[in-house]
Write a protein that binds this ligand. Structure first.
Ligand code: C2E
Ligand code: MG
Ligand code: MG
Ligand code: MG
Length: 272
């Protein structure tokens, strides 16, 4: 191990890594400015109910960073940095307020008034002591049906401090908020938490959907997730559905909710 750590220390002088470190600092600086200057936007992607292609039941809010210099930057690239740096806290609060505001706006829309919005929550946000009270105060600022707000949590967030997580989730349920487990089946966790968590939805990760029509193992995994969800009484939604074949296969397997390019890409709310 001494050898490994020795190498790790040495890595600092690797010019390529040094460059990456500099880029990281630069990226962090740009991220901070982007938040200040409001270069962030929430896009929304349709979620539909089985056999009703045109019938949207909700949307997932997906963050977009539109940098005037560098164009659109994917959340996959900057969310980890936002988490490490702590910027996810103010950013996450902005995202939540924006989504709840949107729910409020849609209350007057004859078509969208029943839509729910799913919001991704970082473990860094969730683990803060004031997360529940923050949610409560945002919902008070924009009084709207909390049951149309759904939080997407990841498995990793749930295995950390299970007791505390459970307590928070119960409080969120009391507020009327619904909960989804995102990227289900990809986290490093056990199934035991399912028996005590009052969640509403399992979201099948798109990595299991991609080769669903050709890969037998993915079929087995997806069947199992749907079966677990049904038996627990959770809604099951498949993400990353791109083709009619994937959709048809999922329908046969009993999946009821769908999200993916087949039904629409994430877009600005004004375009929905
Ligand atoms: P996620 O929550 O699992 O979101 C699903 C990702 O799949 C999104 O990528 C979405 O644009 C993409 N997607 C949807 N349909 C399809 C499809 O049919 N095919 C393919 N190939 N991809 C599809 P995106 O928007 O780049 O977000 C990536 C990840 O970044 C999200 O994964 C989520 O973990 C994180 N993220 C996005 N927005 C937020 C946010 O507001 N807050 C936090 N904490 N994380 C966010
Ligand atoms: Mg998500
Ligand atoms: Mg997901
Ligand atoms: Mg995913």
């Amino acid at each position: 191990n001494a050898k490994t750590s020795g190498r790790n220390t040495f890595r600092f002088f690797d010019p390529l890594l040094q460059k990456m470190m500099e880029d990281r600092a630069c990226m962090l600086d740009r991220l901070r400015k982007a938040i200040e200057n409001n270069f962030m936007a929430l896009h929304y992607q349709n979620q539909i109910l089985v056999n009703r292609h045109q019938h949207v039941v909700g949307v997932e809010a997906l963050l977009r960073w539109n940098d005037p210099e560098h164009g659109m930057i994917s959340p996959g690239e900057f969310i980890p940095l936002a988490e490490e740096s702590g910027l996810i806290i103010p950013l996450g609060e902005w995202i939540m307020r924006e989504a709840v505001k949107q729910l409020k706006i849609w209350e007057d829309d004859p078509v969208k008034k029943d839509w729910r919005i799913s919001v991704n929550v970082s473990y860094k946000q969730f683990e803060k002591d004031d997360f529940v009270s923050l949610m409560e105060s945002i919902l008070q600022e924009y009084p709207t049906a909390a049951n149309r707000l759904r939080l997407e949590l990841t498995e990793s967030l749930l295995i950390k401090n299970t007791e505390e997580a459970l307590h928070k989730i119960r409080q969120l349920k009391v507020l009327g908020i619904s909960l989804s487990i995102d990227d289900f089946g990809t986290g490093y966790s056990s199934l035991s938490y399912l028996k005590q968590l009052p969640i509403d939805e399992l979201k099948i990760d798109q990595s299991f959907i991609r080769e669903l029509t050709t890969n037998r193992n993915d079929v087995i995994i997806v069947e199992t997730i749907i079966s677990i969800g049904q038996k627990f009484g959770f809604e099951v939604i498949a993400e990353g559905v791109e083709t009619e074949e994937q959709y048809q296969k999922l329908v046969l397997m009993g999946c009821e909710y769908f999200q993916g390019y087949l039904f629409g890409k994430p877009i600005l709310p004004s375009l929905l």
